[in-house]
Design a protein around this ligand. Sequence first.
Ligand SMILES: Nc1ncnc2c1ncn2[C@@H]1O[C@H](CO)[C@@H](O)[C@H]1OP(=O)(O)O
Ligand SMILES: [Mg+2]
Ligand SMILES: [Mg+2]
Length: 280
Amino acid sequence: MLEIPITYLKIKDELKKKKKIMRWSVMKWDEIGKNIAKEIESSILKYFGKKEKSYVVGKSPSGDDTEIFDKISEDIALKFLKPLNVNIVSEEIGIIDNGSEWTVVIDPVDGSFNFINGIPFFAFCFGVYKNNKPYYGLTYEFITKSFYEAYYKKGSYLNGEKIKVKEFNPNDITISYYPNNKTDINKLRDKVKRVRIFGAFGLEMCYVAKGSLDAVLDIRPKVRAVDIASSYIICKEAGALITDENGKELKFKLNATDRLNIIVANSKEMLNMILETLQK
Ligand SMILES: Nc1ncnc2c1ncn2[C@@H]1O[C@H](CO)[C@@H](O)[C@H]1OP(=O)(O)O
Ligand SMILES: [Mg+2]
Ligand SMILES: [Mg+2]
């Protein structure tokens, strides 16, 4: 597993206080991601379900409102990442291009609506790409303290335990979906046993990865690379198929603005069932 040299921020902060020189240390991407997740957690949970405490501080490059807790979370991530001189793609600020081979793609809070409305389903998404190829993904579900993570080609894990997608059983299908107004979603609804729509796409993808959901799709389309970059790696490593609305292998650019049609399914059978219902 590759390691990258970075400034160990906590040490750096302490040394700075003592006016001593900065010391260098080595940290792995999973440690960096988890440290960011934990610091975000300790800073924003006081806003959970407290609509009256939050307020809009601006607009993201994709045109959505940025709430104060989104900004606080992103600032924490940036504090850790900026000293690394990697490229950063994050929901609220967009792209910081440092010409690095590394790109870190972040959604500081996926499921912002849930978060501020007291619905306990939201996550921190941290995807690392090397030369635009998947390298490491971490999606952290705050309320259940679940770290979903995967290094490319090394399998997918939930709090250290290996996870994989559920086996397809046509009589026992549970899916989540975000259709558009042209979709006759009842065609799909009628073929599955249960529908559960949770409101945080990146995290719902992890529910496919761990076998709680058979599939999740967004053909509104609303989600962007920031919402899916970390869970994309986790889902792939757990055995999921990830395609566009036509069943073609999903390709996406690492930016904060493109909206993506995406289907994540546990099997070819599940994917075909979805694709059939999307045909006019
Ligand atoms: N304009 C938009 N409206 C609704 N959901 C959006 C959206 N842009 C992105 N999404 C994402 O779609 C899912 C639910 O609708 C969430 O993962 C949400 O991510 P967000 O909470 O980070 O914005
Ligand atoms: Mg999001
Ligand atoms: Mg977000």
